[in-house]
Structure formats: structure tokens, C-alpha cells
Design a protein around this ligand. Structure first.
Ligand code: ATP
Ligand code: MG
Length: 392
């Protein structure tokens, strides 16, 4: 049976010129996801329809995970003639439990002889006559019966299902997400995607101090984010040597600050090389010593690229709630170590000083070490078909 999914964009943008581009990107994003199914998308100025012959629930799942969609619905189709519409509306409503309803007709074909208001009455009274114990409520109906009359076909659908909102991924250029195995950074990635940023990710590891399991965990997190985008390049950068040098030579209270400055420097270089316009990370103000305002300032000062911190002002519990919603939480709490959690001093500095950082950093040949790390970057393209190891 043919199913039709109606997609509404809502206010994608107020600028007319952008609107067309936004719709095209949304169309392409959806198309990429549903191309494996027997379905097609019809694109209009104010809405889209997906016509599917199979796998409707999978396609609905895709629609509900696509940014730029504010509401969607399953439409039921019949011929544009009053008797057929009456019949289908009643059949559909008989299967629902409700006390109040309202009919809302939209005549997209103005040649249809009955005006919208009048047609609301025709259908409404037919329903009232045939289903017991229900009423019309124009203010706050439990069920809204939408009837959309086109030239040949009429669509009936009910209350809107809320979409994810946001902007279609790709309406902004690319950003590079600093993705650790923790709870915060996948949420930060999700929020960046929500605003239309196409993300790739960078992960720092320090094998043998961190394990391959930790890397698999990060891949699994990237795979979760793939629901909202078409593919993610994961840049895996080894900083073992750099980290060991810092550990051996620098003031122990400054280890984390310096390590994070190195991560920023490397991220910026990889971003510049690959046309990422911003870095995105999961820093949250005050969460740990390296995330006091003072620390953030001293760490951030080594790069020119803008850094977006989508969860900066959220409480940990709020971040956890989102992580659960996007299904990354259970993976994030798996106990594999991160390079930020090894070699951690007992009392990391909370108010690091700029000059002191420079002095400590000059004890190691970090530019050369950074270059080596970047030269050895492993790039993993995370896509739907990607095979994952079963360590997790
Ligand atoms: P998360 O913040 O994701 O829960 P975390 O708390 O272990 O993980 P923090 O030490 O709070 O990480 O680091 C703050 C941010 O720095 C992370 O959200 C992430 O964006 C970035 N980051 C930390 N470690 C790494 C890493 N190994 N690779 C890439 N980015 C990292
Ligand atoms: Mg954190």
C-alpha cells in the first residue's frame, strides 16, 4: 500500500533567497537517507511529501531524526470527491479513541465546488452522526482532522507530530567536533548539527596509555550522530609522544592545561586543512579545573579559529538528559580511559597563567611533535555501512 508522509518545514528562514537553498539541502539530506528504500520525495515551496510503498516506519524514523523538519504526519489518500472523503474520514476516526475533534479543510484546488468552511461542516456532521459520544471543539480539539483537497487526490491527516526543528545539516559550512569518549562532546555535536553545521570529528588518543577499545567507543558515538547527518570523517590523532614529553618535562600542575592547548593547536591545523570553519567541543563552564573561565581563556588563546561550546551553559544533569535522548549516554559511560584522564595531577591549576604556559611549553619541542601527530592522522569515514568491532 502506498503511504504518504507530509513534511512541514515551519519557519526555515525569514530570508526569501535562503529558503530555496534550505529546502534543497533538506531534500538532498532526506534523499540520501531514504535512497535505499522504494520511496520518492516531492518537494514544494511550503512542504514535502514522501511517497513510500514499503518500510514506512523506517522512513518515519528517518524523518523524525532529520533537522529542519518542524512537523510531519502520515497522510491517507482518497479521490477528490465528497463521498469518498466522508467515507475515509469516518473509517479513520472510527479507529481512534477521542472525545472532541475539529475538521480543518484546505482547498488547494479552488475549483472544488464546496468552500472550506462549508466542507468542515459537511465532514464534521457526518462524523458526529456516525460516532457516539463525541463533540466538536474548535478551541482545543483532541483530534484535528486535516483535509487537504488537491485536484485529483485528497489527503486526510491528523495532529502534527513534532519534528526535531533546527536547520537542515549543511546549510552552514563544516565544523570540527572535538569528540572524546565522554558524555558532553556527543551532545555538543548533536547541538551543532541542529543548527545546520556539517560536522566531522577529531579524537586524540595515546596508545598504549589509552586502548583501542576507547577508540571503538568514540567510533560508536560518531555512529550515533550519523543518524542526523550523512557521514562523518573521524580524524584519529595520536598524541602519545607529546603527552609523554609534557609529563616528563612540564610542571605537573600545568599538564592538563598544556595538553589541552596542544589539542587546540592540532585541531585548528586539521580544521584549516579541511575547511572546517569552527571547532566545537563539549566544554562546560566550571565542570573541571580546565573549564574555569580563566582556564578556558588561557587554553583558547593558542588558536585563532572560533570555538563553539554548545553545552557551555548547561548543567551536567541537563547534558545527561540530552545524552540519553540521543542515545549516546550508555556508550559514553563505558569505562574506557581518555587521554585527558591519564597522567592527571592531583591538583591541576585552576588559574593558569599565560607566561607560565609558555615557559613550560618551551621545555619541549612541541611544534615538531605536533607536526608528527598530524602527519600520522588516521582518517576514518563513518558511514551507515561501516562495520564496528564487537568490543563494546
Ligand atoms: P565529555 O566532556 O565529552 O564528557 P570529558 O568530560 O572526558 O568528556 P573533558 O575533559 O570535559 O572531557 O573535556 C572537555 C572537552 O574537550 C570534551 O567535551 C571534548 O570536546 C574535548 N576533548 C577532551 N578529550 C578529548 C579527546 N581525547 N579527543 C578529542 N576531544 C577531547
Ligand atoms: Mg566534560
Amino acid at each position: 500500500m502506498e503511504n504518504i508522509i507530509l513534511i512541514k518545514y515551519g519557519e526555515l528562514t525569514t530570508k526569501k533567497d535562503n529558503r530555496k537553498q534550505f529546502i534543497n539541502i533538506l531534500y538532498n539530506n532526506l534523499n540520501e537517507k531514504i535512497k535505499k528504500y522504494n520511496a520518492k520525495i516531492i518537494k514544494e515551496h511550503a512542504r514535502m511529501y514522501i511517497i513510500c510503498n514499503e518500510h514506512t516506519s523506517e522512513i518515519l524514523d528517518i524523518v523524525s531524526n532529520t533537522f529542519g523538519i518542524h512537523a510531519f504526519n502520515i497522510c491517507y489518500k482518497t479521490h477528490t470527491n465528497t463521498e469518498d472523503i466522508k467515507f475515509l474520514a469516518l473509517e479513520l476516526l472510527k479507529q481512534k479513541k477521542f472525545k472532541t475533534f475539529k475538521v480543518e479543510t484546505k482547498r488547494r484546488d479552488k475549483n472544488f465546488p464546496i468552500k472550506s468552511m462549508e466542507f468542515n461542516h459537511v465532514i464534521g456532521s457526518h462524523i458526529l452522526k456516525n460516532i457516539n459520544n463525541i463533540n466538536v471543539d474548535v478551541e482545543n480539539p483532541e483530534i484535528l482532522v486535516h483535509i487537504e483537497i488537491n485536484k485529483e487526490d485528497t489527503y486526510i491527516y491528523f495532529n502534527d507530530i513534532k519534528g526535531l526543528g533546527g536547520y537542515p545539516v549543511g546549510v552552514q559550512q563544516k565544523g570540527l567536533l572535538m569528540l572524546s569518549g565522554g558524555i558532553d562532546s556527543p551532545v555538543a555535536g548533536y547541538l551543532a548539527l541542529k543548527r545546520g553545521i556539517k560536522i566531522d570529528a577529531i579524537y586524540f588518543e595515546a596508545i598504549p596509555h589509552t586502548s583501542l577499545n576507547a577508540r571503538e567507543k568514540v567510533k560508536a558515538l560518531a555512529k550515533e550522530l550519523l543518524k542526523y547527518t550523512t557521514d562523518i570523517n573521524l580524524y584519529v590523532v595520536s598524541i602519545t609522544k607529546l603527552q609523554e614529553e609534557i609529563y616528563k618535562n612540564c610542571d605537573s600542575t600545568y599538564i592538563v592545561t598544556i595538553l589541552r592547548r596542544m589539542m587546540y593547536r592540532i585541531s585548528e591545523q586539521i580544521a584549516n586543512k579541511n575547511e572546517h570553519l569552527v571547532l566545537i567541543n563539549g566544554e562546560s563552564i566550571g565542570q573541571v579545573a580546565s573549564q574555569t573561565l580563566n582556564s578556558m581563556r588561557v587554553i583558547n588563546e593558542v588558536v585563532k579559529i572560533p570555538v563553539i561550546r554548545p553545552v557551555a551553559c548547561l548543567d551536567k544533569l541537563e547534558i545527561i538528559e540530552m545524552a540519553k535522548k540521543i542515545n549516546t549516554y550508555e556508550t559514553s559511560i563505558l569505562p574506557y580511559e581518555d587521554c585527558c584522564t591519564i597522567f592527571v595531577p592531583r591538583h591541576p591549576v585552576i588559574n593558569p597563567k599565560h607566561e607560565k604556559c609558555l615557559k613550560e611549553e618551551n621545555k619541549i619541542n612541541y611544534e615538531q611533535l605536533i607536526k608528527e601527530s598530524i602527519d600520522n592522522t588516521l582518517i576514518i569515514n563513518i558511514k551507515d555501512e561501516e562495520q564496528f568491532s564487537d568490543i563494546l
